[in-house]
Design a protein. Structure first.
Length: 554
């Protein structure tokens, strides 16, 4: 195979390859660029970004994960930071900017260490040790919170919305978020679980932010099917049908031969009788409101209206599930099997006009395990940002109830962790100690960024903050309004423990992964070969051998 001096092409033509220090610094530069892009949005004094996509659609937000999702990120290392933000958002719903900024800072510190000829694996080990210790400290300084403690839960929701454009109305929105989450929280053996799918968030342009409300029940974005039906029904008995109130068409093509008009009449009469029977079955069950997941025939609409039954058709499955949870009814898939036991109860069902649309409100449900939040606002962009802020608040309240632990915000927890990790670094020993210290310094980027965004001197703030924490004031953080160091607990700046824990773990994982990359092989983008996984992949397979120097391995 190696006879003569014939060059061996292992990689496909056009493939770019970058090795060693160059690959690492390039990846770190990309990660830092992403981190710097969202850095200015952190904290109550953070500013918003306006993102315009290729279609010209505009998004105005300071939500870290939204910014990164909307940005069209190309670089593979930068994509890893977008993943960090997405994970943070899925797990906690808040702290996305913090997680990304922290990842960028960890990589910045690592770059200095690599320049001092400290091996990336040593740095990775030091970071892992520091991360583990940071989580232990975080646990030890946390405080308990309970589902009955509405005041603390409202403070958590307020903190999540403090940096958003809705901060002016955050107290009212926080109360609504706590009300919604505590309504759908379900008790288990180990505590509480909250499924946020049971909170329906509906946006309607018009009105003001203060018109936003939470309803103990469900809003169905549909109108009644017939004008002759009542507009409101008090103390309704609700039937939930997963079956069509119409004559089914046959599966196979059927041919019916009719020879004289009387047969046609009998045929139509029978069709009418079948529909009438369905409606009679609904009435017999005692239902006076029907939500149908499928269609309702014109004739069925007429009969239902005559009986004074309120009906809605083609309701989404997700809405049907929520209606079942809110009213306590069962979704029935056969009309003939509908009985009084399957009906759900509510206080009121009515059709209301919100903006330009007619909607059905099912309200006053007792012990509703599904609720609705109707968001109002002046413009479409405002409503979208309110929705993002509310979802963050709902998430943090939910994770606080599930975990039952909180810590203080405003950079206070990050500074306490940094100080304690610095004290522990001496015990680590070896070269990992330097990486351990760098990790503690990286944590200080949270209070430093808060100070920078508020137009304060970050050096003075960090010095004052360190002094305060050395004196044993664990909850001292940056008050961005007064520009001084303040007790975050008395300022009601409280976060669930999961936000900090997830941010530290995700940031460490991403930083370590990027640090361990010393070879970037980017194949030339080309249309996939028609002959299956051959072509480009063959070159990629050989590549594995290149690193280890064993060409026969493939």
């Amino acid at each position: 195979m190696m006879s003569g001096q014939t060059p061996i092409l292992v990689l496909k033509e056009g493939t770019k390859r970058e090795k060693g220090r160059g690959a690492l610094s390039n990846n770190i530069a990309a990660a830092k660029a992403i981190s710097d892009a969202v850095r200015s949005t952190l904290g109550p004094r953070g500013l918003d970004k306006m993102l315009v996509d290729s279609m010209g659609d505009v998004v105005v937000t300071n939500d870290g994960v939204t910014i990164l999702k909307e940005m069209d990120v190309e670089h593979p290392a930068a994509k890893m930071l977008v993943e960090v933000a997405k994970t943070q958002d899925q797990e906690c719903g808040d702290g996305t900017t913090t997680a990304v900024v922290l990842t960028g800072e960890l990589l910045k510190k690592a770059e200095h260490l690599v320049e001092q000829n400290i091996h990336p694996t040593i740095i990775a080990q030091g970071y892992r040790l520091a991360c583990k210790r940071a989580i232990e400290i975080l646990d030890s300084i946390s405080e308990k919170v309970d589902i009955t403690n509405h005041a603390t839960l409202a403070k958590i929701a307020t903190t999540a919305m403090a940096s958003k454009s809705v901060s002016f109305n955050r107290d009212q929105l926080a109360e609504l978020c706590v009300k919604a989450v505590t309504a759908v929280a379900e008790k288990t053996e180990k505590g509480y679980t909250v499924d946020l799918d049971n909170i329906q968030v509906i946006k309607k342009q018009g009105g003001t932010m203060t018109d936003t409300q939470v309803l103990e029940g469900i809003i169905v974005d549909k109108e009644k099917v017939h004008t002759g039906m009542p507009t409101t029904v008090a103390n309704p008995k609700v039937a939930l049908l997963d079956a069509a109130l119409e004559i089914k068409k046959t599966e196979i093509d059927a041919k019916i031969e009719i020879n004289d008009p009387t047969q046609l009449n009998a045929f139509l009469q029978e069709e009418e009788n079948m529909i009438r029977k369905m409606v009679e079955q609904v009435k017999k069950s005692g239902a006076n409101v029907v939500f149908c997941q499928k269609g309702i025939d014109d004739l069925a609409q007429h009969f239902l209206a005559k009986e004074g039954i309120y009906a809605v058709r083609r309701v989404k499955k997700s809405d049907m599930d929520k209606l079942a949870k809110a009213t306590g009814g069962n979704v029935v898939s056969k009309v003939s099997e509908l009985t009084a036991d399957d009906l759900g109860l509510a206080g009121h069902v009515e059709e209301r006009k919100i903006g330009d649309d007619q909607m059905t409100f099912v309200t006053g449900c007792k012990n509703a395990k599904a609720v609705s939040m109707l968001i109002r606002g002046g413009t479409e962009h405002v409503i979208d940002e309110i929705e993002r802020s509310v979802e963050d608040a709902l998430n943090v309240v939910a994770v606080a109830i599930e975990d039952g632990k909180t810590v203080t915000g405003g950079g206070s927890t990050a500074e306490e962790l940094a100080m304690r990790l610095r004290d522990d670094a001496a015990k680590v020993g070896g070269r990992e100690q330097i990486a351990f210290e760098s990790f503690s310094e990286a944590l200080e980027t949270v209070p430093r960024t808060l100070a920078e965004n508020a137009g304060l001197d970050p050096i003075d703030i960090i010095i004052d903050l360190r002094k305060s924490h050395k004196a044993g004031k664990i909850t001292s953080g940056v008050n961005v309004v007064t520009g001084k160091i303040d007790d975050m607990k008395s300022q009601n700046v409280i976060e669930p423990i999961r936000v900090g824990r997830q941010a530290i773990e995700s940031a460490t994982d991403a930083a370590v992964m990027i640090l361990r990359i010393d070879d970037v092989i980017a194949s030339k983008s080309s249309p996939p070969p028609s002959g299956g996984p051959g072509g480009g992949m063959g070159g990629m397979g050989g590549m594995g051998g290149m690193g280890g120097g064993d060409f026969g391995e493939d």
